[in-house]
Design a protein around this ligand. Structure first.
Ligand SMILES: [Zn+2]
Length: 370
């Protein structure tokens, strides 16, 4: 069997899960965080950097790679693994989120979404089948179905129609897909409406996907709304399949979602914030450009074993950012991804030990969250 999801522990206090998702390119320990490699690269980092953070699976972007260099070019270069040199598991999104969030949409119909390329303005007709075709050329381990994402807030009718269309598109993706070595994950939509979310989750659960995602969140709603929708959705999903919360989020959001039954995450936050000089640490966030770090010889995070923390001082890292040197964003991205993986590793160990509630309380205390 090419794909397997083994559940090792379920936390009795919260329902949080500790598992292993096996793919053709290796195992993914869950709960797990996937760094985002939009254009076939995690921005500013080499693949050895990314591997050194402890990441198991990374994310690639169908929208961006489909437009540039184009899926046929990626296939000619041996697929996304060979092209990028990343030998571990890769998940690709469907392009839906970018198409619906970049506001280049020309026409949405039952057949497809027609949008303008942000690169050259060309009209692109993206059907569910074409999204799968692109992802099969990319050769990712996990392909996401094309979904219809609505911007929130929206009228309930609009949310419902997009949700129902997402179910029909998911079915088309499943029927079109031809690669046995690529798992297909469905995406639950339904905005902030619990009834729609539950209905969508049940309909998708009746189809044979290898995993399930909760999509359309982290788009401006409050954390409490996101937690409420996540908590209402996960009980409707098959217990023996991995669950992926798309595009989330802050370290606290990851922990709060793990206790609501989520196994996988991705987010640009650690790398984007790293490029902007913002570091996540056990003593709360650090803005490295701040003048108080100017002559500070201490490491960014004394408890971190990444290159930025073991070899360099806060004063040097600040200098790199002030001078506009590219190494600054590289080192802080490396640190933040290392930090995210450490938080997830801690969560996995806590689930195994039955101490997840205490672990989260400790983290909230360290981060100054009440
Ligand atoms: Zn570090």
């Amino acid at each position: 069997m090419t794909f397997r999801f083994q559940l090792h522990h379920t936390d009795t206090a919260t329902g949080a899960r500790r598992g292993t998702f096996t793919t053709p390119h290796g195992p993914v320990e869950t709960p797990g965080f996937m760094p985002v490699g939009t254009q076939g690269t995690v921005k500013g980092l080499t693949i050895d950097h990314v591997a050194s953070t402890g990441a198991h699976m990374i994310l690639g972007n169908t929208y961006h790679l489909g437009l540039r260099p184009g899926h046929e070019t990626v296939r000619a270069l041996g697929g996304l693994h060979a092209m990028s040199g990343w030998e571990g598991p890769i998940l690709t999104d469907s392009g839906g989120f970018q198409v619906f969030s970049l506001k280049g949409i020309n026409k949405i119909s039952e057949h497809s979404v027609v949008f303008r390329s942000h690169i050259d303005g060309a009209l692109i007709d993206l059907t569910p089948e074409h999204s799968i075709e692109i992802q099969e050329s990319l050769g990712s381990d996990v392909a996401m179905v094309l979904d219809h994402v609505v911007a929130l807030p929206a009228e309930r009718d609009d949310v419902q129609q997009a949700m129902e269309r997402s179910i029909r598109w998911a079915k088309r993706c499943l029927e079109y897909a031809s690669r046995d070595d690529q798992a297909k994950f469905a995406i639950v939509q339904g905005g902030l409406d619990v009834d729609l979310r539950v209905q969508c989750a049940r309909d998708l659960a009746s189809m044979n996907f290898e995993g399930y995602a909760v999509g359309g969140l982290s788009v401006g709603e409050t954390p409490d709304e996101m937690y409420r929708i996540t908590a209402a959705t996960t009980p409707e999903l098959p217990a023996d399949k991995p669950r992926y919360l798309m595009g989330v989020g802050r370290p606290i959001d990851l922990l709060e979602s793990i206790v609501r039954g989520i196994d996988l995450f991705d987010c640009v936050m650690p790398t984007r914030n790293g490029r902007n000089g913002f570091a996540f640490t056990d003593s709360g966030p650090i803005k490295i450009r701040n003048a108080k770090h100017k002559t500070d010889t201490s490491p960014l995070d004394a408890s971190c074993d990444c290159l930025a923390c073991t070899r360099h001082s806060r004063g040097y890292l600040r200098h790199l950012f002030i001078a506009g040197e590219m190494l600054g964003p590289t080192l802080l991205s490396l640190h933040n991804l290392t930090y995210y993986q450490k938080v997830m590793r801690g969560a996995r160990e806590a689930i195994r030990a039955g101490t997840l509630v205490e672990y989260i309380a400790t983290k909230k205390n360290q981060w100054g969250i009440t």
